[in-house]
Ligand binder design. Structure first.
Ligand SMILES: NC(=O)c1ccc[n+]([C@@H]2O[C@H](COP(=O)([O-])OP(=O)(O)OC[C@H]3O[C@@H](n4cnc5c(N)ncnc54)[C@H](O)[C@@H]3O)[C@@H](O)[C@H]2O)c1
Length: 251
């Protein structure tokens, strides 16, 4: 589908990661200017356009830095139409059952996965409203929907809270033409899942348990995200798009 976008500029949080970088690249290729933000240094393979980009290395769990980021986006491009929140952490080994987890780890995961979204909304939403509205897409996880025998309770709880927060923002700002939706990815090959990177055997093993027969790709997630940002989704707000190859439809 040749997607149409009324907006001109996007802020992509987590743009140094697997999904965020793919989304930023795809938006740039569609001619949208992108302010890319991540705690990681700038990746090498950012396309030269047709959209313009600026990359900000920043800690988005920190309010002064999210405020500064939005100032940079406005200074570079004069407006913000789209906010994409892909940043997040999943800490294998440290994030565990609620009865065993170190409370500092719990707080840190909540700060990065949830409070950062609050900080970004506080700074960016008023600017999107000044532009007459736009769209937000937040990345949760299918992990938000069910319990797990190998629990990562801070991650799951933060991702579940994100769904509710998005619905609330969708209702608050619908009258201002600002949409808010959530993508729930299934297992996807990105730096977050580094443990599978050089393990084609494990990738096939997991793929075989997924109805559509493979792990997700960053392109699968970017395609879903760009659709939700685009004008083709202009009557979609406050909802969740599960992109998981059919995992959650299994009995
Ligand atoms: N990969 C998967 O299997 C999977 C599955 C379900 C949901 N998700 C979710 O999708 C989103 C994108 O994940 P991904 O797979 O691309 O992971 P990723 O690790 O490649 O990208 C996440 C990015 O967030 C950045 N980040 C973390 N803390 C930050 C901070 N304080 N400030 C700024 N940036 C920070 C990281 O540096 C990283 O580049 C995440 O929210 C993740 O929880 C991923």
């Amino acid at each position: 589908m040749n997607l149409k976008f009324s907006g001109h500029t996007a802020l992509v949080a987590g743009a140094g990661g697997g999904m965020g970088l793919q989304i930023a690249r795809d938006l740039l290729c569609k001619g949208i200017h992108v302010c890319m933000a991540d705690i990681k240094p700038q990746p090498e393979n950012i396309p030269n356009g047709p959209g313009k980009s600026v990359y900000v290395q920043t800690d988005l769990a920190c309010k002064t830095q999210t405020d500064e980021l939005v100032s940079v986006a406005l200074a570079e491009f004069g407006r913000i139409d789209y906010l994409v929140n892909t940043l997040g952490v999943l800490w294998f080994g440290k994030d565990k059952s609620v009865v065993d987890i170190d409370l500092e780890v719990w707080d840190e995961v909540m700060n990065i996965n949830l409070r950062s979204i609050v900080l970004l909304a506080k700074a960016a939403v008023p600017e999107i409203l000044k532009c007459g509205g736009g769209a937000m897409v937040h990345f949760s996880s299918i992990d938000a929907l069910s319990g797990d025998p190998v629990p990562q309770d801070a991650y799951g709880a933060s991702k579940a809270a994100l769904i509710r927060l998005s619905k609330s923002m969708a209702i608050q700002f619908a009258k201002n033409n600002l949409r808010s939706n959530v993508i729930l990815p299934g297992p996807t090959l990105t730096p977050m899942q580094q443990r599978w990177q050089d393990r084609p055997d494990v990738q096939s093993e997991i793929g075989a348990t997924i109805p559509l027969g493979r792990l997700g790709s960053t392109q699968d997630m970017s395609d879903a995200c760009l659709f939700l940002l685009s004008d083709h989704a202009s009557w979609i707000t406050g909802t969740e798009l599960v992109v998981d190859g059919g995992i959650t439809a299994l009995p």
